[in-house]
Design a protein around this ligand. Structure first.
Ligand code: RNT
Ligand code: ZN
Length: 414
């Protein structure tokens, strides 16, 4: 018997069908962010990152233009198992020298991305207006700015992005998720916490009133607790956005780096599933702060995956990745994080969830504890390897990436 056959037998004895798990896993889309490839710099000219988020490190080989970024994405995606979507920021517009600002971007500025995504067999594109790294971030504020012209510019940017998102939905026949995150906040104690939030509310109302097609575009709002240089107050806080989303029938995006350290997104997912049809995620790994380290196969990631799988919410929870490490090979960062997400989903699919739920309902907590411990030393690795080989991949992705580093990345000198 092969290692997989032995594993399948052992799982079957605990009531788990490994074939069904593998079959489900390859259908769960993961939206992979484009911004790991270039340290969130973008292609539309800013050149540096602002907004209280930060990449650290100076590993050679950063993608500097559309051609380099797409080449890296193509290579990295070829080493990722499962169904992939591509998550783009508006700052990745391909402008070809045209003098146009973010309030007037059009679908044609992203046509090369659509073509590229189709060429490499991507299932769909998701989108993000870019409210940072731009001269119109005035005094750290965008949609909540007291300056009406600034607010108008960013409202128009939001509307432009919804139109672009519709074009992505049309191109792939698959709805596009648009996530709104703004960096707005204050470094030190504010004199007024309400008015900026009322201005943000009004700006969002104006964006949503543009008449976008809700069957094609799913809008999400992403809250945050604090950013670097904006430690004391965040306009788009959790309570603000959760209420805004509920009242306006849009959805919340939970980034697991955006809460106090002992608040868990795995616990927030089922809370929101009780009220919302859709919940969006930015899966990341914060080390002491929202540091966006590469996602690893760790406990909280497993808990997040469990909440998606055991609540039958694989079509309700839109999984997106959001991390950026500039201190290591960027392709390896991409693949390691995406594979970790897939591993966590497989791990959750291989848990006898009905059995465990029944123990909980029967208040059989002793049995439940023991059964949950047993899950941890099941032969997960053999099923993972089998899944990879059926996806045409092996466990080793690093040798290929090192080869690519040698032949392609080394040639890129700043
Ligand atoms: C920032 C948010 C946001 C960004 C990306 C680039 O704290 O997490 O989602 O990381 O949009
Ligand atoms: Zn995020």
């Amino acid at each position: 018997m092969t290692a997989y056959e032995l594993a399948a037998k052992e799982y079957a004895a605990s009531g788990v069908d490994t074939e069904a798990a593998i079959g489900r896993l390859k259908e769960i889309p993961v939206s992979v962010h484009c911004w790991q490839g270039d340290d969130v710099i973008g292609l539309d000219g800013g050149g540096s990152l602002s907004g209280g988020i930060q990449t650290t490190g100076n590993y050679p080989g950063r993608a500097r233009d559309f051609a380099e970024l797409t080449a890296d994405i193509k290579k990295a995606f070829s080493l990722m198992p499962g169904k992939k979507r591509l998550n783009l920021h508006a700052s990745y517009a391909v402008l070809n020298g045209e003098n146009v600002d973010r309030d007037a971007y059009r679908p044609e500025h992203f046509a090369p991305w659509v073509q590229f995504a189709k060429e490499i067999g991507i299932a769909g594109i998701d989108f993000n207006p870019t409210y940072f790294s731009h001269k119109n971030v005035k005094d750290g504020l965008t949609l909540s700015s007291p300056d009406e012209n600034i607010r108008k510019f960013w409202v128009d940017h939001g509307i432009a992005c919804l139109k672009i998102a519709e074009s992505f939905a049309d191109a792939f026949g698959s709805p596009c998720m648009v996530n709104i995150w703004i960096p707005d906040g204050f470094k030190d104690v504010p004199a007024d916490r309400l008015t900026p939030r009322l201005r943000l509310k009004d700006s969002l109302d104006k964006i949503l009133a543009c008449g976008y097609d809700r069957s094609k575009v799913v809008v999400a709002v992403e809250s945050k607790v604090f950013g670097i240089g904006v430690e004391s107050y965040t306009v788009g806080s959790n309570e603000f956005y959760q209420n805004y989303a509920a009242k306006n029938d849009i959805c919340c995006l939970l980034d697991n780096g955006h809460y106090h350290p002992l608040e868990y997104v795995s616990d927030k997912i089922p809370a929101l599933l009780a009220f919302y049809d859709k919940v969006a995620l930015h899966v990341t790994r914060g080390v002491r702060w929202d540091s966006d380290h590469v996602v690893l196969f760790e406990d909280e990631l497993k808990e997040i995956a469990k909440e998606i799988v055991r609540n039958d919410a694989t079509d309700k929870v839109m999984i997106g990745l959001d991390y950026f490490d500039a201190s290591i090979n960027r392709l390896s960062a991409w693949v390691t994080g995406q594979r970790a997400m897939q591993k966590a989903l497989l791990y959750a699919l291989l848990i006898p969830n009905d059995k465990l739920r029944a123990l909980q309902d029967a208040a059989a907590f002793t049995d439940l504890m023991v059964a949950q411990e047993e899950v941890k030393d099941m032969p997960f690795g053999a099923v993972w390897k089998e899944y990879l080989s059926r996806e045409g991949l092996s466990e080793d992705y690093l040798s290929e990436i090192k080869q690519y580093e040698k032949s392609i990345l080394k040639e890129r000198t700043e």
